[in-house]
Each structure stands twice: as C-alpha cells, then as structure tokens.
Write a protein that binds this ligand. Structure first.
Ligand SMILES: C[S@@+](CC[C@H](N)C(=O)[O-])C[C@H]1O[C@@H](n2cnc3c(N)ncnc32)[C@H](O)[C@@H]1O
Length: 328
C-alpha cells in the first residue's frame, strides 16, 4: 500500500487539479487549434484568440512544461501530438471536455459522502433533456473505448454467432465484434439507439441489429429469450449498486442460450495501478450512484445471476474482463 510520509508528497497530490485545469482551459479557448507547426509569439496567438497576451503567455509556458506545446526563443508551436490529437472535437478533446464537466461534480464529493446520493441526475433524465453534455458524453465513451478499451474482438466467446451488446452506447464494441465476424445485437435506450444507427451506418446492413429497449423493464434485455450465444456487459455494472447489477445480469442471462457466455468488461475497486480502482469507485458514486465493485463482488454477482465457471482474462490492470458460462 502507498503511504504518504512527507508534506511535499501530499502537496503534489493536492495540486493535481492544476494540469487538468490548464489543459481544459486550452481546449475551451481553442488554443490547440490556434497553434501551428510554425512558431509564433504569445502576443500573436493572443491577438487571434482575443485574449490577454500576458496570461496567455503564462498558459502557453505551463503547457510547454507539461509537454503539450513546443516553446523555443519565446515562440510557441504545436507538437506532433497536440496537432494530431488535440484539435477541436477530436477524440481526446471529447475526453478533455468530459473530464472538465465531471470535475465540477467532483468538487461536491462531500455532499455525495454525506447524503449517499450522486450529484448528477439519473442518466435517462440527462438523455431525455437531450443535453449536448449527454450526447458529448456518449462520444467521449466511444473514444475512450477505442483508445483505451481491451481488444474484446480477440475473445472467441464474442466472435462466434450472435452476440448481445447490453447498453452498447454508440456501438464501439458492436462494431469491433461485427468486423470480427459475429452478428451483434446492440440494445440501448431509444435516444442512444438513434445516435448509434448513424454512428454505425457504414457497416454492412444486418451486421448489427439495433434494439431500443430499457433493459430493466424487459425480461431478456428486450430480445427473445435464449436467442444469443453470448452477451457483452461493458462498463454497465459500475453504474449501479450490486443488487441492480444482479438484476441486469439476470436479464442478460435470460437472453443467452444454455451453455453460452457472458463477458463483463469493467473496472474493479481493488485493482491498480496505484489508486485507480478507489478513485474510479468514487467517480461512479459522484456521477451515477453506482459503484466500482471488488473483483470478488463481481464474481459473486455473476454466480447469483445464473452463471458458473467465472474466470478473469489476463489483460493488464486496470482492465477487468470476466467471462462466465450460463448454467445449462
Ligand atoms: C457507461 S455506458 C457504457 C457504454 C458501452 N457499453 C461501453 O462499454 O462503452 C452505459 C450505457 O448504458 C445505457 N443504458 C443506461 N441505462 C439503460 C437502460 N435502462 N436500458 C438500456 N440501456 C441503458 C446508456 O445509454 C449507455 O449507453
């Protein structure tokens, strides 16, 4: 276990918000779009962005020290990374915006701990309000899954036959599994399915079936009982307390043929690196009222909902992929 034993170590943790705020400020100001591979003085960039040149200079120097801007002879330019990855609406820009939004909720963690309730309204409400934040959040999740998710399409359990993608969002994994040869059934709420149809419009017709359903009000996640060979439950269980997670797994279980598989992709609260698991758990409590469950709890949830033979796939931490077989 990591033990803090010097004031300096603690202070380094306390100022952890500063790099994040510096990066999200640059994104909000459009600074990464204003930088080119031609070095420019801060005053010139400040003029283009109509901002204060002294403070923009400070922002640019800090970004240079963080490794996101090139700085030489008082002039600033994009780095190959910032030019390729940080332009407005790029994958990482969506993720920067998501984290900036959630940092405001994190600043109210004390309320969450006192009340036992999350800061944000339930997902369905956020979605129904059709807020741009809810849509941007789905695109950020899609980017996160593509940039950092495990290669689920390498698992034989998910690439043979008909696969249910429970709460599949914009269909990042549905796409990967369909491209690997399976027929995927993407189930999500109606507003999300509308977006997913557009997002996957380039795939061959029929490789992904779209089902608009509330997985908690349908007996088998909104599809026919025992009609799929396997179900993927990716980043779903952490959105709910344990009992609701078991309800979700039971619904998925009913959709799977006897002897078929469930694959859970999630983060457990007791895996690293460092404090990752514990902080992810807090994030779920702030955002959704769910929880990152422990590895043991995830296993127990699978056993209680009609699966057996639970095993963890050997992906590096913090990736937590569990496979279990439906009892015959
Ligand atoms: C955290 S995202 C996970 C998305 C995707 N599976 C992934 O791994 O990136 C949760 C998804 O569950 C969907 N969802 C939430 N409640 C749902 C419900 N009651 N019925 C169907 N889908 C639901 C959300 O719309 C969202 O797409």
């Amino acid at each position: 276990m990591n033990t803090i034993s010097s004031p300096l170590d603690l202070i380094q943790l306390l100022v952890g918000y500063q790099p994040a705020a510096t990066i999200s400020t640059a994104s909000r100001l459009g600074l990464f779009d204003a930088l080119t591979d031609q070095p420019q003085p801060a005053s010139e960039i400040a003029r283009c962005l109509a901002v204060d040149d002294s403070n923009l200079g400070a922002l640019l120097r800090a970004l240079a020290q963080l490794g996101l801007v090139s700085h030489s002879d008082g002039e600033f330019a994009a780095t190959p990374f910032s030019a390729n990855y940080l332009q407005n609406n790029s994958d990482l820009d969506m993720i920067i915006r998501k984290e900036a939004f959630f940092s405001t909720a994190w600043s109210r963690l004390d309320e969450v701990v006192r009340s036992g309730h999350p800061i944000l309204p339930p997902w369905k409400e956020r979605l129904h309000a059709r807020s741009s934040q809810a849509t941007e959040f789905l695109y950020a999740l899609d980017a996160l899954a593509r940039l950092t998710g495990p290669p689920l399409a390498e698992l034989p359990e998910l690439t043979r036959g008909r696969i249910l993608d429970v709460g599949g969002g914009l269909g990042t994994y549905s796409r990967a599994l369909a491209e690997a040869g399976s027929t995927t059934v993407l189930v999500d709420l109606p507003d999300v399915i509308e977006l997913a149809r557009d997002h996957l419009a380039d795939l061959p017709a029929g490789s992904v079936e779209f089902v608009a359903a509330d997985i908690f009000s349908e007996s088998a996640c909104g599809i026919e009982i025992e009609s799929v060979d396997a179900a993927l439950v990716s980043h779903m269980l952490h959105d709910y307390p344990k009992e609701t997670g078991v309800e979700l797994l039971r619904s998925a279980n009913r959709a799977i043929r006897p002897g078929g598989f469930v694959v859970v992709n999630d983060f457990a609260n007791d895996t690293g690196p460092a404090a990752f698991g514990g902080l992810f758990d807090l994030m779920m409590r702030v955002e959704t009222g769910g929880a990152a469950h422990s590895l043991a709890t995830l296993g127990e949830m699978l056993l209680t909902s009609g699966f057996c033979d639970v095993r963890r796939v050997a992906f590096p931490d913090p990736i937590t992929v569990l496979i279990a077989t439906k009892d015959s």
